[in-house]
Design a protein around this ligand. Structure first.
Ligand SMILES: Cc1cc2nc3c(=O)[nH]c(=O)nc-3n(C[C@H](O)[C@H](O)[C@H](O)COP(=O)(O)OP(=O)(O)OC[C@H]3O[C@@H](n4cnc5c(N)ncnc54)[C@H](O)[C@@H]3O)c2cc1C
Length: 256
């Protein structure tokens, strides 16, 4: 049976950081809007990537939304490079504080989007067959939200567990007394490896091209360092045309 057609001014696909902000902004402009999210909660990248050691590698403050000064002042990051759990907590806080969940439909992967030139509208359909129509579609689907398992020769014969960082199980994983092979680029490796080191019986890294080597220096933030950092960021803002130069200032030092 064909399901009924819901109509919105704007449909947003994805409830990561981009989708949440798009919802906040578009709703405040008075449009009817619906967010469709494949996962069961908000956060996008930080909802899916919950592997041990996951954390951001830019200053936590850069991960803060800037559309609400109250939000900026009330939220305190505990570390300079926050762990995944804290970034996810922040995304949840934003969704609750601005009552965003009422316009988000979770567990709803969108599998089809067609543009109808006659009616000038998008026609979308979810995996469950729900259909919607919208004048505008915002693809807040992220650039890293689809996991990719490389086609290693013989992988189909491997009888152990294969985990992907981008679809990490929600239950705790026990690596004690296990042989663990990790295939990752250097940056990911630096996050995962230390937290697995203490538990595994033997670890082997593959595919980690040593273009550069680095170690993230972690700081627990005190009120003073946090505020100093806020002031420093604010004084930088007008001089920075976009965020890219800041990314290059991530502290990188060497370790094999
Ligand atoms: C491990 C990791 C670490 C990172 N660290 C940093 C960092 O330190 N600093 C930094 O700036 N950036 C980092 N990034 C990049 C990060 O992806 C972005 O910073 C940001 O979170 C992306 O937000 P987004 O909302 O654009 O996309 P995402 O967070 O990817 O959200 C997209 C959402 O769309 C949903 N979606 C996709 N397709 C569909 C569909 N067909 N139907 C319904 N829903 C769909 C997904 O389920 C997902 O929830 C990191 C990324 C990863 C994977």
């Amino acid at each position: 049976m064909t399901k009924s057609l819901s109509k919105y001014d704007v449909a947003i696909i994805g409830a990561g950081f981009a989708g949440l902000y798009a919802l906040y902004k578009i709703r405040s402009l008075g449009f009817s809007v619906r967010v469709f999210e494949a996962g069961s909660n908000v956060g996008g990248t930080w909802y899916w990537n919950r592997f041990p050691g996951a954390r951001c590698d830019v200053n936590s403050l850069e991960y803060s939304y800037q559309f609400s000064n109250e939000l900026q002042q009330e939220w305190n990051w505990s570390e300079q490079y926050s762990p995944q759990s804290e970034i996810l907590e922040y995304a949840n806080h934003v969704a609750d504080r601005f009552d965003l969940r009422t316009d988000i439909q979770f567990d709803t992967p969108i599998v089809s989007l067609l543009f109808d030139e006659k009616s000038d509208t998008w026609l979308g359909e979810s995996e469950k067959g729900e259909r919607f129509e919208a004048s505008f579609c915002v693809m807040a689907t992220g650039c890293l939200s689809k996991e990719n398992i490389p086609k290693f020769d013989g992988i189909e014969n491997f009888t152990g567990n294969v985990l992907h960082t981008g679809k990490w199980p929600h239950r705790p994983m026990d690596f004690s007394n296990k042989h663990v092979g990790i295939s990752a680029p250097v940056l990911q490796l630096s996050k995962q490896f230390p937290s697995l080191q203490s538990k595994r019986r033997h670890s082997q890294c593959f595919n980690a091209r040593q273009l550069f080597r680095y170690q993230l220096v972690m700081h627990r933030w005190t009120r003073i360092t946090r505020n100093t950092s806020r002031i420093a960021m604010r004084s930088l803002e007008p001089k920075i045309p976009d965020a890219t130069p800041l990314l290059t200032t991530v502290r990188i030092i060497c370790q094999r």
